[in-house]
Ligand binder design. Structure first.
Ligand SMILES: *[C@@H]1O[C@H](CO)[C@@H](O)[C@H](O)[C@H]1NC(C)=O
Ligand SMILES: *[C@@H]1O[C@H](CO)[C@@H](O)[C@H](O)[C@H]1NC(C)=O
Ligand SMILES: CC(=O)N[C@H]1CO[C@H](CO)[C@@H](O)[C@@H]1O
Length: 379
């Protein structure tokens, strides 16, 4: 019964995403809570609290949303056969679709997720993001985990080259926490802007290391429009109407910071493409989809809430620093699929799904994933 259900779901999704050529043999993902499918849950020995996971899993499932993340949707369509099984197993046992590396599951032959809630792009050598440093989960650490895993995946340089040439790599979303932690700690937009080139250099360095390991297909996502994040809107309210974008209600100068990040990251991707012509590097966006959702929520089905969060504890954006989602004093809206934002920082499954579709078929990725030949053997 369940198997049948997921078979139909799969058939629906494959049609939906029109992915006839899904041929990657593995997915490797680096990033923060936007991509974490259970690593932080292992670190804290807890999958999270209800109502996280309420929409898809029916229980907290180590993800910062009510359901699946972008990587979950893309994972399903890229494993056409095992996707059914993964889905089924995931549903039955609360396991993630893409196994989190820290869970030390025995089999990472079809990929691993190194992303961790709270992770930053900058490592401990740069004292800007104290929270994630303490956690020891920054992007450079995640790359070390990849290196640790490698011997179990392939054992000669040629075998590794071949294996990674047929794999899909996600380098992010990462860097959003570097911005947010510094802003919340009291650094000004100008001060953070001065550190953005370092953040980009850290992301680009890991993408380059992966290419040198044999990766030929990489997705490098940008960050969210920080000025649209309910936590930032709540923490930095302005009396001046001009500080807000008229079409979205987001804070202009914080969005400017995110635009700077994305512009520099795009430039870094352009440089990598020039340096490594054999690599297909996709720049994927969170910025534009969020702006689109907020500019015209009804068009995307977000009739319940755009800037107002689904799961919160009151206040103008339903985000309350003393009553956040999963804790006392907060509760979820009745239909998360009609909201863009889940908990003040993260998106709902419904929003993630539309972002995933936009990465696969456009317009939110350059080039769209479905237009990239699924893999190319390295020489
Ligand atoms: C790193 O940052 C923390 C918190 O801002 C500060 O207390 C500490 O002195 C800093 N360490 C160095 C080496 O700058
Ligand atoms: C925020 O949460 C606290 C603790 O539950 C509550 O006392 C307060 O009224 C809430 N604020 C708003 C604006 O709802
Ligand atoms: C990862 C990263 O950005 N590291 C930098 C930290 O800061 C030092 C000194 O400014 C740089 O040399 C590193 O490249």
């Amino acid at each position: 019964m369940k198997g049948l259900l997921f078979l139909s779901l799969f058939l629906f999704l494959s049609k939906f995403f029109s992915l006839a050529n899904a041929k990657y043999n593995a997915i490797f993902s680096f990033g923060d809570s936007y991509a974490d499918t259970g690593n932080f849950a292992v670190l804290t020995n807890s999958p999270g609290s209800p109502p996280y996971g309420m929409t898809y899993f029916g229980h907290p499932a180590g993800r910062s949303s009510d359901g699946r993340l972008v990587i979950d949707f893309i994972g399903i369509i890229n494993f056409p056969l095992t996707g059914i099984m993964f889905c089924y197993v995931a549903q039955a046992f609360g396991l993630p679709l893409l196994p989190p590396y820290l869970a030390k599951s025995n089999n990472y032959n079809q990929g691993a997720n190194f992303a961790v809630f709270g992770a930053t792009a900058l490592g401990s050598q740069n004292n800007t993001s104290t929270k994630a440093q303490q956690q020891g989960t920054s992007l450079d650490v995640q790359f070390q985990w990849f290196e640790e895993l490698k011997p179990s995946l392939c054992n000669t340089p040629q075998a590794c080259n071949d294996f990674f040439a047929q794999s899909l790599f996600f380098v992010g979303e990462i860097g959003g926490n570097d911005h947010n932690f510094m802003l919340m700690a009291g650094k000004t937009v100008q001060e953070v802007a001065a550190i953005v080139p370092k953040i980009i250099a850290a992301i680009s360095a890991v993408a380059e290391k992966l290419i040198n390991e044999g990766a030929t297909t990489l997705v490098v996502p940008g960050i969210l429009p920080t000025g649209c994040v309910p936590v930032i809107l709540t923490r930095f309210p302005s009396q001046n109407k001009d500080d807000y974008e008229p079409n979205t209600g987001c804070l202009k100068n914080y969005n400017g910071l995110s635009s700077l990040h994305d512009t520099l990251l795009r430039n870094a991707v352009t440089d990598l493409r020039a340096k490594y012509p054999q690599a297909r590097i996709i720049f994927a966006e969170y910025y534009q989809p969020v702006i689109d959702f907020l500019s015209n929520p009804a068009k995307f089905g977000f009739t319940g809430g755009s800037l107002k969060v689904c799961c919160g504890g009151g206040g103008p954006y339903n985000y309350n620093f003393s009553a956040s989602c999963g804790g006392p004093g907060a509760s979820a809206c009745s239909d998360p699929s009609t909201y863009v934002n889940w908990d003040g920082v993260h998106m709902t499954e419904a929003a993630f799904k539309q972002v995933a579709t936009g990465w696969l078929n456009g317009p939110y990725a350059d080039p769209p994933l479905s237009s990239v030949p699924s893999y190319q053997l390295a020489h």
